[in-house]
Design a protein around this ligand. Structure first.
Ligand code: NAD
Length: 484
């Protein structure tokens, strides 16, 4: 039996209890490539969140007492366990998300790199000594963990999302309650088991599977001192409203409308290859460079090469090793993206160059949630196609000739997550890096998700960062101490 049809088991971790039932309704999980049910997901709510927060609070003294060196050692062991369970994570990945199995081992390796980065920080949390006052008073800052931290993530890359937040939170000395997306409960459950296997004390990492309601309860819980969230803008805005009464601090990693800017001197083949690789998760990536701003001088060459590269994308069963693009996460996501494409076509936001519909696949995949890789040209930058995050495999091409207008158009959306500049000229590169309003800008490269570098958005793409020392500091607060 293929993994995709193997029933998946959803469980929660609260303290050292592994629970397979829940207080809420049960959601049926579907294999996105066929639409067939492949698991039942019992949803937790207020009782599970309350129990998990209590377990996380109770575990704080023991986690603190371990001290930085032993916390570091347990995190190092966690990286080893996750790495040694690569096959187990791989086995559920496609069945859970519809992401192609091909290349998933690389995602596990990257996730382990994120854990190891915070292994390195765990024994290096320190504050500053401020300039001594003339009277000899000693003043210093002590960086302290928040305590219990809520971690709320979405479904598009569950293992990496967990590893971009939890190791940093634990290295800083916090305990966590994780509320994964109800669409992808399986990887977080296995991650919870990996934490126990690594000797991370029970209660330090808790996993509550649930929907929006569980997320809301976690957000407003008075014992949750901070929430780190990856997901959509409207959810973040709702969380800010519900957390306002307690002025809850948030780290928000949100969506984007990232752009490739291709200059006349660019390596066009490279720019095309990097853009087309973004189809690997069917465009369901926050940093997806969905807007392709190509200079007039190389526009036709780029368009032809992009069409050829998109033609080589193999859409199919994510379990097949040759597949390079799978389905979208749910039927609802498929309908939303197809509806968006139809709307853009109807409004005349641009001209469809490629795709725009449902691919013709074999009968077994007929009810899967697929959308063809789609390219629009001559896109109106001010239109919904030019402004809104689609979160599907849809590119828009824009022709440009004047740098002022280019910069204005690239910066014209409400987002500011990532941008990509393709040029061989150093001065052009640095000028663009300075002018583009986004949390990351890569020149002649794709976003690497390097765990040593901060990743975060400007404007409506988020608040705060994951990665590097800044990612650690998200989970620390400064206390000033004065000793006379
Ligand atoms: P979403 O906001 O609908 O859901 C994300 C999580 O929030 C889920 O666990 C969900 O159950 C929970 N949730 C929903 N309502 C809530 C509420 N009122 N209070 C608390 N929790 C609540 O996100 P989505 O649409 O599933 O995810 C896609 C979005 O995530 C895209 O915009 C994408 O760009 C973004 N994303 C950003 C990053 C990043 O690092 N910047 C990474 C991946 C995805």
């Amino acid at each position: 039996m293929s993994t995709a049809t193997t029933p998946l088991v959803s469980e929660m971790l609260i303290g050292d209890d592994i629970l397979t039932g829940a207080s809420g309704p049960t959601l049926t999980h579907h294999y996105a490539a066929t639409g067939e049910p492949n698991g039942e997901v019992p949803l937790g709510g207020e009782p599970e969140v309350a129990a998990a927060v209590a377990a996380a609070k109770a575990a704080l003294p023991a986690w603190e007492a371990l001290g930085p060196v032993e916390r570091r050692n347990r995190l190092a062991r966690l990286a080893e366990v996750v790495e040694s369970w690569t096959g187990r994570f791989e086995a559920i990945a496609s069945a859970e998300t519809g992401m192609p199995k091909q290349g998933f081992a690389w995602r596990v390796r990257l996730s382990c790199e994120w854990i190891r980065t915070y292994v390195g920080y765990a024994d290096k949390v320190g504050g500053d000594v401020t300039a001594s006052a003339d009277d000899g008073t000693l003043e210093y800052t002590r960086l302290e963990p928040y305590g219990v931290v809520g971690i709320i993530i979405t479904w598009n890359s569950p293992l990496l999302s967990l590893c971009m937040k939890i190791p940093a939170a634990l290295a800083a000395g916090n305990t966590v309650v994780v509320k994964p997306s109800e669409l992808t409960p399986y990887t977080p459950a296995l991650f919870g088991r990996a934490c126990l296997e690594a000797g991370i004390p029970p209660g330090v990492v808790n996993v509550v599977v649930g929907g929006a309601e569980a997320g809301e309860v976690l957000t407003v819980h008075p014992d949750v001192e901070k929430v780190s969230f990856t997901g959509g803008l409207s959810t973040a805005a709702a969380m800010m409203r519900s957390g306002a009464a307690l002025v809850k601090p948030f780290c928000f990693e949100l969506g984007g409308k990232s752009a490739y800017t291709v200059f006349p001197d660019a390596d066009v083949d490279l720019a095309v290859t990097l853009a087309s690789k973004e189809m690997s998760n069917a465009g369901q990536s926050c940093k997806f460079g969905s807007r392709l701003f190509v200079h007039d001088a190389v526009f036709d060459e780029y368009r032809e090469k992009l069409a050829a590269a998109i033609g080589r994308v193999v859409v199919g069963d994510p379990e097949d090793t040759g597949t390079t693009m799978g389905p979208l996460i749910t039927r609802g996501a498929q309908e939303r993206v197809l509806g968006f494409v139809e709307g853009a076509r109807g409004r005349g936001d641009g001209q469809v160059l490629l795709g725009g519909g449902v691919p013709q696949l074999d009968t077994r995949l007929r009810h899967g949630y697929f959308v063809e890789p789609t390219v629009f040209t001559d896109v109106d930058p001010a239109s919904p196609l030019g402004q809104d995050e689609i979160f599907g495999p849809v590119f828009g091409m824009f022709r440009w000739s004047d740098e002022e207008t280019l910069v204005e158009q690239v910066n014209s959306t409400k987002f500011g997550l990532s941008n990509y500049v393709h040029t061989r000229d150093l001065r052009t590169a640095t000028r663009m890096v300075h002018r583009l309003k986004s949390g990351t800008v890569y020149v002649n490269d794709a976003n690497r998700r390097n765990p040593g570098a901060p990743f975060g958005g400007f404007r409506a793409s988020g608040i705060g960062s994951e990665g590097g020392r800044r990612g650690l500091e998200e989970f620390l607060r400064a206390k000033t101490v004065g000793i006379a």
